[in-house]
Design a protein around this ligand. Structure first.
Ligand code: ARG
Length: 514
């Protein structure tokens, strides 16, 4: 000890041990920053080995890079406002975060994930005080917040995509209220309808897909930050303030729920999968209609064969159809990952997130392509009209007519079924009437009414019950489709504006410090 000069001597209470630790069990701050550029000690100790890349989500986290910076900013502002960290340190950290954003994700130091890498980058710029950023939180509540923050934008994009598809369907319907076409059950001609009626049937389904996404959005839009690892914190934090700064509607109250639940991912992926399923049916219909010469897809949405020069294939719609399978697979993968996970955070959750990202990207693209294909396809009115009455598709209308003239519907059904086997024209119905009733057809019903019922155009016009295919019945459907579309556009705009307003307000608060 005689050699030791006074300034080399550890100050009382912080005696260095040979493990480089202070007597209080903490590494010295100089050591935290001078570990050969490898980052903070925690990383050296726990995840530097062969499993490092297996553990790391850094490249997948590119998607939440901006979200993480915003979450960091809101958290740091709140810590300063609450007096948990000093204003000048908050300012230095916020300045560092801006610089890190400019340098972007590619320049981040190595890290187990984006949260750790950004923290390391902050400490590199600010020094040890940068480590104050992670006061009163954990990566567990941090990552949950980042996912929700980013997913909000993605779900709003998905909502927008469904609105565009609805717009395309309504436009097709409006242009084709009188375009007669065959309607099918079991892929067999069943009853004539119009292209408008067919398009409105999908508009209604996509409208519900929009509603499901908006419902999921409301549950995504709550802040888990402040849940910390899962058990809250000793610091006097203001969770509502952080939620407000990030544009969330409120907080996920229970801290363990906040950090460990991912039902919002499942709900969103399910809603997307449902939409993909709706769109797959639409794609399949158009593929069949194109095959039958009812509709001609634009070249932009078709493909050809590398060997068969005459081919024009509906490849885009086949891929749209396939995306529904991928989305269903993601729901399955996500459910299986989440099933039986104990409280609280488990690293399995890292792999849950990617299912949602993949699904939202693929489904948005598929829906967008379907909308484009629908908007640009040309309907062949003549081919549709020629097939509208095929397979005696007016039979139900003839049976309805007989029933309206006093026959029990079951008797009328039997009579018309016999007529169907005999060709389904007026003479066939008359012959069946003589067999079944013992009387000619004109003793039951006006022959002109039967001729009208046998005509596909008249048949459609007569099915004017609420929601039916008659042009007068489709008109209110179109009106409600337009109304719902503009309501949902309003909701989307409001939600997007709220996010934008929160972003600007957060920026203004940050500017008060940097
Ligand atoms: N990267 C992780 C994820 O995506 C967050 C890290 C939390 N890690 C932990 N060991 N508690 O879920």
């Amino acid at each position: 000890m005689t050699e030791e000069s006074a300034h080399d001597r550890p100050t009382p209470g912080t005696a260095m041990t040979d493990g480089g630790e202070q007597s209080n069990g903490l590494r010295s701050s100089s050591e935290l920053c001078s570990d050969g550029g490898e980052g903070v000690v925690r990383r050296d100790r726990f995840s530097g080995g062969p499993a490092r890349s297996f553990l790391s989500s850094l490249s997948a986290d590119r998607r939440i890079f901006e979200a993480d910076l915003e979450v960091d900013r809101a958290h740091v502002l709140m810590l300063a406002e609450q007096g948990i960290i000093e204003d000048d340190i908050a300012g230095r950290i916020l300045t560092a975060l801006d610089a890190i954003e400019v340098d972007n994700h590619d320049s981040l130091p190595d890290g187990e994930d984006v949260h750790e890498a950004i923290e390391t980058a902050v400490i590199e710029r600010v020094g040890d005080d940068g480590g104050k950023m992670h006061t009163a939180r954990s990566r567990n509540d941090e990552v949950a917040t980042c996912i929700r923050y980013r997913l909000r934008e993605d779900v709003l994009s998905a909502v927008e995509t469904t609105l565009a598809l609805r717009e395309a369907l309504v436009a097709v319907a409006e242009a084709n209220t009188e375009t007669i076409m065959p309607g099918y059950t079991h892929l067999q001609p069943a009853q004539p309808i119009t292209v408008a009626h067919w398009a409105c049937s999908y508009e209604g389904a996509v409208r519900r897909d929009t509603a499901r996404l908006l419902e999921a959005y409301a549950r995504i839009n709550e802040s888990p930050l402040g849940g910390a690892a899962f058990a809250g914190t000793t610091f006097d934090i203001d969770r509502e303030r952080v939620a407000e700064l990030l544009g969330f509607d409120g907080v996920v109250e229970n801290s363990m729920d906040a950090s460990s639940s991912r039902d919002f991912l499942l709900e969103t992926t399910q809603a997307l999968s449902t939409h993909a399923t709706t769109v797959s049916g639409l794609a399949e219909d158009v593929i069949i209609f194109a095959n039958r010469g009812f509709v001609d897809l634009a070249d932009d949405y078709s493909s050809t064969s590398s060997i068969m020069p005459q081919k024009k294939n509906p490849d885009t719609l086949e891929l749209v159809r396939a995306v529904a399978g991928d989305a269903a697979g993601s729901v399955q993968g996500l459910t299986t990952t989440l099933k039986g996970l104990p409280r609280a955070y488990n690293r399995d959750l890292q792999r849950a997130t990617t299912h949602a990202w993949e699904t939202v990207d693929a489904v948005c693209k598929a829906s967008e392509v379907a909308a484009g294909a629908i908007a640009t396809a040309e309907w062949d009115e003549e081919a549709l009209a020629a097939e509208a009455g095929a397979g005696f598709s007016t039979a139900t209308g003839v049976a309805d007519l007989l029933a309206a003239n006093g026959l029990p519907f079951r008797t009328a059904h039997e009579l018309v079924a016999i007529a169907a086997e005999r060709g389904g024209d007026y003479d066939a119905v008359d012959a069946a009437a003589r067999d079944v009733l013992g009387d000619p057809l004109d003793s039951v019903v006006d022959p002109a009414a039967v001729e009208a019922a046998l005509d596909p155009v008249e048949s459609v016009a007569s099915r004017d019950s609420q929601g039916g295919p008659a042009p007068e019945a489709v008109a209110p459907q179109l009106e409600s489709a337009r109304g719902a579309l503009s309501d949902d556009e309003g909701t989307l705009e409001e939600a997007s504006d709220a996010l934008e307003t929160a972003r600007e307000a957060l920026r203004a608060e940050v500017n008060g410090y940097v």
